[in-house]
Design a protein around this ligand. Structure first.
Ligand code: ADP
Length: 685
């Protein structure tokens, strides 16, 4: 018995020494193992020194998870699996919070009672110890022997408890390392730039995003202060409020305009929060900042676009009001005076006066419609340029001759200074320059009450400037850019109401750009304005290539036939226009035939080959005037065909001539003009 006791003492000593060694080796493993698997393999090896085990594993329970994640070695094989917490032997032990040693029979019993389910081979002996660590690492460590019922006993539970403790320390350490890695990764890879300062605001850390955004490396800023980023544009008050907030322990949020190392400015959405130490004192500040330069730019672009859309909407509305006013005024004139004309007791002179007024009103409506068509053609990009060689001096002289009476009526003098370009010839679109300068001169006369309007030319190397100067009301500076926008008008309602649609200058600008030039204004309110219309001199076109330089209404006609009664075909779909033409032509010794579309015109011509003159409307149903002209021209080379067109750009005129017309007349048709064209063409013929 004594011998036996001594033997036991010795074995206790050996066992205790072994335990110490196991503890020491596990302490190493805690420090050096990178994974649970590695740690467990050390634990299995160490335990097998004193216990007969065939398996060891850790069942970990993660926060709020209903599953246990199990890592371990059974019969020397590494295994990984998961099982539900509830109903597992490990979950049962974890919930009981007690170390447990159970035999195969007892496990079987528990299964029978429905306390647990056991999948797979039931071991001969199972020993498990629950543990619960700080960083939510908790679970059960278990050892098994699959065959030997006597492999270990209850006294051995303490050894497993010791191992459980080491495991808990290992898992805690691993978890906190993982957290640190996660946080570090989040900071270094963050798309926001991050600065950490000490409590005095001295920079201790900046992340890579900070460097890529600002251009400052960590070495350049660590030890310094974030004020290195100040743009100088942020009011001190903001920094005061920032520091007040964070030193009082609260988070500050705001937008700051900062400056990069390169000197470029950028905008940041900044959040700065204090970090507290264990005693509740502020130890650091963390600033998380997002670059919002693009966002701010986008927002300001959106605001600009919205303002523009609103402005254009406003312009459109005011345009519609304007147009309807501008059209109604002459329309009222026409209707009113027509009514007055019905009065039989009118004197001839009165009647003439009324007719003059009606004509003036009609002209005004015509201008408005032409402007509208011009602007829509410019905007649709279908306005054509027809270049030819001409002397700008002639153009200016034509303008002055045309406008002198109008200026004179308003008590203004119209002066031209163009001696410097006496013999200059340029290649450009005569009509468009004429139209543009007409607009400028018309405006100058309209907005000038007394003084003069002058028109002069300035010659540069490759360009020529036409300058229209007036001594009128002038244009306020802030309005000078806008007046070239379509429908834009300066509100000078306090002075007086000027009629207009706000289209003239946008047409001028459209033409200038179409011709490769520009238009600018210089003006002082109250003293007058000067508009400078610049265009390139252009490349001189070889003679003979001038397109449509001559008036096309007088082209070559070969034969002249004299007859008592001239047969005339009027092709016109609009009844009023037909009636009007008939009324005019009846005054002459003409025999009239009328057609209401192109097809009818062709048929009538075929039946009446003695027709000498055709007045051909261009826009007609069934067959248009171009086609009808072509067909008639095939039948008769000599008949005089005069096109009536509502809108005659040079391109339109060209098309009319190509189709085979001898000339054209513009709608609305005036009596004198009509007879002039007819006479000249018929005589030539
Ligand atoms: P409209 O004359 O039909 O109103 P415009 O486009 O020709 O349209 O001109 C736009 C505006 O520019 C005019 O309404 C007027 O306020 C201003 N403006 C143009 N020319 C002159 C000028 N010579 N003197 C003063 N204001 C002018």
């Amino acid at each position: 018995k004594k011998i036996a006791l001594v033997f036991k003492d010795i074995s206790d000593i050996v066992r205790n020494e072994s335990l110490l060694m196991i503890q020491r080796n596990l302490a190493y493993a805690i420090l050096n193992s990178k994974t649970v698997k590695e740690f467990l393999s050390v634990a299995a090896f160490e335990l097998s020194r004193i216990l007969d085990i065939t398996g060891i594993y850790i069942a970990q329970l993660y926060n709020k998870s209903d599953y246990l994640s199990i890592t371990g070695y059974i019969n020397k094989f590494h295994k990984n699996w998961t099982e539900p917490h509830k109903g597992s032997l490990e979950g049962y032990v974890y919930d009981s919070e007690h170390s447990v040693l159970v035999s195969r029979e007892e496990i079987f019993d528990l299964c029978q009672k429905g306390e647990i389910n056991f999948h797979g081979n039931i071991p001969a002996l199972w020993m498990g110890v629950p543990f619960s660590g700080e960083n939510s690492s908790c679970g059960v460590i278990a050892v098994v022997n699959m065959e030997n019922q006597n492999a270990f006993s209850k006294t051995d539970l303490s050894i497993i408890e010791l191992i459980a403790n080491e495991t808990k320390i290992f898992l805690d350490k691993k978890r906190s390392e993982e957290n640190t890695i996660k946080i570090t990764k989040a900071i270094t890879e963050s798309p926001s730039s991050i600065i950490i300062t000490d409590r005095m605001g001295v920079i201790e850390y900046v992340n890579p995003k900070f460097t890529s955004l600002t251009g400052y490396t960590p070495e350049e800023v660590i030890g310094g202060k974030p004020s290195i980023l100040k743009s100088g544009d942020t009011p001190d008050l903001i920094y005061k409020s920032l520091w007040g907030t964070i030193t009082s322990g609260q988070e500050w949020r705001g937008e700051l305009k900062n400056r990069k190392k390169s000197g470029d400015f950028y905008w940041e959405d900044v959040s700065i929060s204090p970090v507290f130490d264990d005693n509740g004192y502020i130890s650091h500040y963390v600033a998380v900042k997002e670059d919002i330069t693009d966002r701010r730019q986008l927002i300001s672009e959106l605001i600009r676009a919205r303002d523009k859309a609103e402005e254009s909407d406003r312009l459109k509305t005011s345009f519609i009001q304007n147009i309807s006013h501008e059209m109604r005024t002459p329309m009222n004139g026409v209707m009113g005076f027509i009514d007055l004309l019905r009065d039989n007791s009118l004197m001839d002179s009165e009647r003439m006066e009324f007719l003059d007024t009606i004509e003036k009103c009609g002209n005004r409506m015509l201008y408005i419609i032409n402007d509208l068509i011009d602007i829509s053609k410019i905007e649709a990009g279908i306005m054509q340029v027809n270049r030819r060689n001409f002397k700008p001096k002639d153009l200016l002289r034509d303008l002055v001759n045309f406008f002198t009476p109008e200026a004179g009526k308003d008590g203004l003098t119209l002066i031209m200074k163009a001696d410097n370009i006496d013999n200059l010839e340029i290649t450009s679109d005569y009509e468009k320059i004429y139209a543009a300068l007409s607009n400028l001169i018309k405006n100058a006369i309209k907005f000038t009450d007394k003084g003069r309007v002058s028109l002069r030319a300035e010659l540069n190397r490759d360009t020529i400037d036409f300058i229209v100067t007036d001594t009128g009301i002038g244009i306020p500076e802030q309005a000078q850019k806008k007046i070239f926008d379509r429908f834009a008008r300066v509100d000078n309602s306090n002075i007086k109401r000027y009629e207009g649609t706000g289209l003239g200058l946008s047409i001028v600008k459209g033409y200038a750009e179409l011709l490769g030039g520009s238009v600018e204004v210089e003006s002082e309110e109250g003293s007058g304005s000067a508009f400078r219309f610049t265009i390139p001199l252009g490349q001189h076109a070889p003679d003979g290539e001038n397109n449509l330089s001559e008036d096309l209404s007088y082209s070559n006609i070969t034969e002249h036939r004299e007859k008592e009664m001239t047969k005339v075909l009027i092709a016109e779909d609009e009844e009023t226009n037909r009636l009007y033409l008939k009324t005019l032509l009846k005054k002459r010794n003409y025999e009239l035939i009328t057609a209401t579309n192109g097809k009818e015109a062709v048929d009538l011509f075929a039946q009446n080959r003695d027709i000498r003159l055709v007045l051909m409307d261009i826009r007609m149903p069934v067959m248009d005037g171009y086609e009808a002209t072509r067909e008639i021209r095939e039948m008769d080379k000599d008949v005089v065909i005069i096109a009536q067109t509502a809108y005659a750009s040079a391109a339109d005129r060209e098309k009319v001539i190509e189709a085979g017309c001898n000339g054209y007349i513009l709608k609305p048709i005036r009596k004198e003009e009509l007879f002039e064209v007819i006479d000249s063409l018929l005589t030539e013929n």
